[in-house]
Every structure is written in C-alpha cells, then in structure tokens.
Design a protein around this ligand. Structure first.
Ligand SMILES: *Cc1c(COP(=O)(O)O)cnc(C)c1O
Length: 432
C-alpha cells in the first residue's frame, strides 16, 4: 500500500503541475492526499482512510460522489454514444437536457448554449452580449461591469471580469477593460449607488453587468443581500443594459433555492451554470438566454454566433446532467436543505465569537469564516486549519484565510455533524 502510494506521489511531483498551487511549496511540502475512490460525502485515500468532503470536490459533487443513478446514466450513455459534435447534428441527451434545464430556469430563459466548464459558460456570455449589441443597433456598448471580489473563471474574458487582484494582476496587460464596482458584500447602499452612477453616466457604452448572485465564491465566500440583485435588475432594465447571472457556484440549491436569483425574484438576461450541473461527474456547462438575445442573432449568416467548443453538448455530460435533475426531483434534494443549513448556520455563529475569527457567515449550504489578520488568497492561515482537519478526517481546502464548508447538498446528517465538529475543533486550535 505505502509503496504504491509513495510511487504515485513521486510521479505526481515529477510530472503534474497543480492548479492554484505554489509548486515550490508543494514539491517541498508533505504528501498530498492520494484519493483512490469516493462514495457519498466521503473521499477514501490510498491507505483506506476516509475524509468528509467539505467542499464537494471544488463545489461539484452536489449529490455526493458516485451516486448510483448518475453512474448508471453515464454507463448506459457510454455504451450508446460517447461523443458527436453539435455541428449540424443533434442527439437525444442534448435535446432532452436542454428542455429540462430551460424548464428549471427563471421564466423567459430558454435558449441553451452548451460549453464544457464554468469559464467558457461565462466567456460565451460575454461574447453573446458583445455581439448582440454590435449587430442590434448599439455598437458602442462594449464595456462590461462586474464586482470587486468577483470570480468568473480563467479565460481572458472571465479573468478580466474577475475582481480578485491576485488572479488578475499577471494578465492585466492582456485583458479587456472592465469596470469593477464596489461589492454589496461590503456595503449594500454604496454598491447600489455606485452602480446607479456608472449607469447614469455611461450606459451607452455598457454591454452588461456580470454578477455571482448572493455569494461571491472564490473571492472568499462573501455573502450579500438579495436587495442588491433586485436593485441591479431594476437599474440595468432602466438603462437597457444586460444582466448576466453567473450561477456556476450558486446554482442547483447551494444557497437554499434552486437558483440564487430566485431568492431575489429576478430573471437575468443570461444565466451561466456549470460545476454541480453534471453532479460533478463531467465537465459540462450551459449559458441560457432570453428570446430577445437569441433573436438578435437571427438573419443572415454574418449575424450568427461563431463560437463553439469541440466537446460542447457532449452526450455523456448531457445524459448525466439530465439524470441529476431527475434525482433532485425524485429525492427531493431541496427539501433536505433547511435542516442541514441550520446546522451549518449554528456552527459558524458559534465560531464567530472566537478571538481569532474576524467574521463568520452562512447562507443555505455555505458556511464561511475569516481568520483574523490579513485577508487575501495568498494568506496561509486557512492552511493550518486544513492540516488539522485532514488529520481528523475532513477535506477543508481554504481560500487564503477564509475557511469554509460547501458540502454535498444531500450529505447525511451524521456526516455533516462530523464535518462541522472537525471544522470547529480545527478552527478552535488555530484561532481559539
Ligand atoms: C468555478 C467558477 C467559474 C469557473 O468554472 P470552471 O469550470 O472552473 O472553469 C466561473 N464562475 C464561478 C462563479 C465559479 O465559481
């Protein structure tokens, strides 16, 4: 066992370049987790030790790992058709999943553009909005608005929208100009006033406002009031600026309702979804738009959207994603959220009183706290909690000094209690 594990680690350290990882520290540091298999809310390592997956494997495994129905849907689809393009072709998984997701979206959103990850779902939203104005009478509308502390992915358009300085800085010379507005997670009134001012002064040159509704995820699990979304929807509508909701993290029940936009009762012009959309099994994503935007691309061939990823609409991803929605219905996943959310809320409320905790908050199936001290992705405090939690049997990858849980939505209550106990004990050791 140990030999095999050590061999894998040696290969990894020689060949694998890890995402979001200072590789010098990684190479010199201790052993990474070597995960062999996963089931439900648990990951199992090469020594057979289990870890409660506190972040649902980068926010994707919303129904837990290896849900039998999802694995079966994947296997059955793989036996029939693994891949064909959507270039002048269609297939049952894409057509049926498009119907299913359109029916789930806020009313009015029902044209489904497929991509294969969250970044490209956002990138296609940016290009859709830009081209829409280009060919529908307002070619000067080329500027995008987003929020300070936002995260929208890795492609250059998505990077430009991002409001986390550490991620954007190396590419500053390459990215399109974006106006980063004050975030409502800091000050709701100031954020609404700033948006109102920017729109009043420059709406003629603004294509769209892009937001993560209710929770700014990778920027530090910063939660804000639904009032901002209502205000932003009213203001953008008043100035005829498009509103893009990036629900890549917040969608599929994470905040308590199926879409975070539902909590505010708003319909964006464009909605992006990925991550948990496929239950965390496959890279799969959608960008869903209104009739207005779709119709803005009708007419001659020069008006078409010349954009599409090789694997867009992949049959495996579509079949699994459709089964995800069926499981949400059949297992009444959303009905199980309040009880779990309440346990998360209580735990973070208790931790808020610790001397070494600067702030703690929760919303739905998200709980987060800031360790006292500097903020920012490069801070290491959260990693001390990570190490302690790992030794106790939980996977709690932090965002700098932000320690958080975003477990599978259907996590068994006893696993959730175990996760929260490990979190509390580990945070108390570091920040008590
Ligand atoms: C993770 C994330 C993305 C990027 O998704 P990838 O699949 O990693 O490309 C975009 N937007 C939000 C809000 C995210 O959380």
């Amino acid at each position: 066992m140990a030999d095999r594990r050590n061999h894998l680690i040696a290969l990894d350290k020689r060949y694998v370049w890890h995402p979001y990882t200072p590789m010098q520290d990684y190479l010199r540091g201790g052993d990474p987790l070597v995960i062999e298999r996963a089931e439900g809310s648990r990951l199992f390592d090469a020594d057979g030790k289990s870890y409660v997956d506190g972040n649902a494997s980068w926010w994707t495994a919303l129904l837990g790992h290896n849900h039998p129905r999802l694995v079966r849907a994947l296997r059955e689809q793989a036996e029939r058709l693994c891949h064909t393009s959507l270039a002048g072709v269609t297939h049952e998984p894409a057509a049926r999943f498009a119907e299913a997701i359109a029916e789930r979206c806020p009313a009015g959103l029902h044209h489904v553009f497929f991509t294969d990850n969250g970044s490209t779902a956002v990138e296609s939203a940016v290009k859709l909005c830009a081209q829409y104005w280009q060919q529908n009478g307002r070619p000067r509308r080329t500027r995008f608005l987003s929020l300070e502390g936002a995260f929208h992915g890795e492609t250059l358009g998505a990077t430009a929208l991002g409001g986390v300085e550490a991620f954007r800085r190396p590419f500053a010379a390459l990215t399109m100009p974006v106006t980063h507005l004050p975030s409502p997670a800091q000050d709701l009134d100031r954020a609404l006033t700033a948006l109102s001012t920017v729109l009043a002064e420059g709406a003629d040159e603004i294509a769209a406002l892009v937001v993560e509704p209710l929770v700014q995820g990778a920027g530090g699990m910063r939660i804000y009031d639904a009032e901002y979304l209502r205000g932003a929807r009213a203001l953008t509508a008043q100035h005829d600026v498009l509103l893009v909701a990036d629900e890549v993290f917040t969608g599929y029940g994470r905040t308590g309702t199926f879409w975070a936009c539902e909590r505010a009762g708003i319909t964006p012009d464009v909605l992006c979804s990925a991550k948990g959309l496929s239950g965390g099994l496959l890279p799969f994503a959608v960008t869903v738009t209104t009739d207005r935007i779709f119709e803005g691309f009708l007419g001659g061939p020069e008006r078409a959207f010349y954009y599409g990823h090789t694997f867009c609409g992949n049959p495996l991803g579509a079949a699994v994603s459709r089964e995800v929605l069926a499981v949400y219905d059949d297992e009444r996943v959303l009905d199980g959220l309040p009880e779990r959310a309440e346990r998360i809320r209580r735990t973070f409320e208790e931790l808020a009183s610790l001397g070494g905790v600067a702030d703690a908050r929760s919303l739905g199936m998200v709980g987060a706290l800031d360790l006292a001290g500097e903020s920012g992705y490069l801070e290491r405090g959260g990693w001390e909690v990570y190490e302690r939690a790992r030794a106790r049997g939980a996977y709690l990858r932090p965002l700098g000094n932000v320690v958080y849980v975003v477990p599978p939505l259907n996590i068994p209550l006893e696993d959730l209690d175990e996760l929260l106990a490990i979190l509390s004990d580990s945070v108390r050791e570091v920040a008590g």
